[in-house]
Ligand binder design. Structure first.
Ligand code: NDP
Ligand code: MG
Length: 391
């Protein structure tokens, strides 16, 4: 029997890895919707090759380009935010949520409302609105399978275990591009330098977030939200080889580690085939040839994002939405050359302090509208913090 699948963010790094796996067994899948944003050529090519029902671009002004690119095929074209959400409501058995940024929240929630399985790569939706995402999944009886490699690793280590036996969760970080740089040089790091990752091949935004550790900070919050463990139970550990993805520590002192090559097709494939395990086209590790794994404590002077993540978890409420919006805006500012690499953390910290004073927003009940409103206010505050610094 074929399974109906949709991929939100199909043209990105996670989306393309998902298509790689699906494309290897085309008879097993019936592709419903593929979505993208600016990369119309890739979106149209994949939608036609996989015979999707609909291809959607997030950008209204690209609808004609998408129609042109799909001409002669039976794939429907659609564009805009409402069309993205509509595509996520089309009946499917499995949906991949791999849009980058808070833009993934609304389509992800629409997919959850279907009650079918959601493979969740879009970590921003858990950071911004973890309580809302989990509540929506519970209300509609939807299973969420984490796709972030660390969270997939934790999920796998917890199979058959009782959460009451979990003492701590350790997520590893490669340390990104600037792991070994002298701290005083970090302020001068260029966009090109921040955009190259020592181990993983990922989208540009998450690669820069790895260099600043904002990615790990997001993942610490994601762990707290998804697995319901306290901030004091979560540790980040620098592990330059990126082969141990996470470890779960139990009350009897045992640590269960998940080890695998740095290839997202493992976590995507695990979520695609769950609850079965199927063969995947990933490298088999030769541990004797690798020789050794290294570990280091993360340095919070080098990576202030980790301290900010703890502050977000302590504040609770909508502070995750503030943190994510400020981080996305600061990242835009760095990409645009308005602020230095090290100023991204300053912008996020200023925005969190500014927004903490707006208590009625932070403590508001979590709905999609409230989260989007806080997101909007935090982006404005972050832009002001950037303008103050931009030379
Ligand atoms: P990419 O930047 O490679 O891809 C992002 C996708 O989102 C593309 O399809 C892009 O379209 C689309 N997109 C961009 N902006 C918008 C928007 N405003 N509205 C709707 N769609 C949009 O990102 P990644 O694949 O690296 O990451 C996707 C998600 O997965 C992120 O949340 C990331 O944190 C998470 N993740 C990624 C990992 C990785 O290895 N890459 C690992 C773990 C988690 P287009 O390209 O056509 O413009
Ligand atoms: Mg990760």
């Amino acid at each position: 029997m074929t399974r109906k699948v949709s991929i939100l963010g199909a043209t990105g790094s996670i989306g393309q890895n998902t298509i790689d796996l699906i494309g290897r067994a085309p008879d097993e899948y019936d592709v419903v919707a593929l979505t993208g944003a600016g990369n119309i050529a890739q979106l149209a090519k994949d939608a036609m090759a996989l015979k999707a029902d609909v291809a959607v671009t997030a950008h209204d002004h690209l609808l004609d380009d998408l129609r042109d690119a799909l001409r002669g095929s039976e794939v429907q074209a659609a564009a805009g935010a409402a069309a993205l959400v509509e595509s996520a409501t089309r009946p499917a058995d499995w949906i991949m949520s791999a849009i980058v940024g808070a833009a993934g929240l609304a389509p992800g929630l629409a997919a959850l409302e279907q009650g079918t399985t959601l493979a969740l790569a879009n970590k921003e939706s858990l950071v911004c609105a973890g309580e809302l995402v989990l509540r929506t999944a519970k209300t509609h009886g939807t299973a969420i399978l984490p796709v972030d490699s660390e969270h997939s690793a934790i999920f796998q280590a917890l199979i058959g275990e009782d959460m009451g036996s979990v003492e701590r969760i350790i997520i590893t970080a490669s340390g990104g591009a600037f792991r070994d740089w002298p701290i005083e040089k970090l302020a001068e790091a260029t966009l090109d330098q921040a955009s190259s990752h020592p181990n993983w091949d990922m989208g540009q935004r998450i690669t820069i977030d790895s260099a600043s550790m904002f990615n790990k900070a997001m993942e610490v919050i994601e762990t707290h939200e998804f697995f319901g463990v306290g901030p004091e139970q979560i540790e980040a550990l620098v592990h330059p080889q990126s082969m141990i993805h996470a470890l779960v520590g139990f009350i009897d002192g045992a640590l269960m580690a998940h080890v695998g090559p740095p290839d997202m097709r493992h976590a995507i494939g695990f979520a695609l085939h769950h609850p079965e395990r199927k063969a995947l086209p990933v490298e088999r590790l030769d541990l004797a040839a690798i020789g050794q794994f290294e570990f280091r404590a993360p340095d919070e002077i080098r990576w202030p994002a980790l301290r900010l993540a703890r502050e977000v978890m302590e504040a609770g409420g909508m502070m995750g939405a503030v943190f994510n919006a400020a981080k996305e805006t600061a990242l835009d500012g760095f990409i645009a050359g308005q602020i230095k690499f090290t100023q991204m953390a300053d912008v996020v910290e200023d925005t969190m302090s500014h927004m903490a004073a707006l208590d009625r927003h932070i403590a508001a009940t979590m709905t999609l509208d409230n989260v989007l409103q806080v997101d909007h206010l935090a982006r404005k505050a972050a832009q002001a913090a950037i303008a103050k610094r931009a030379g």
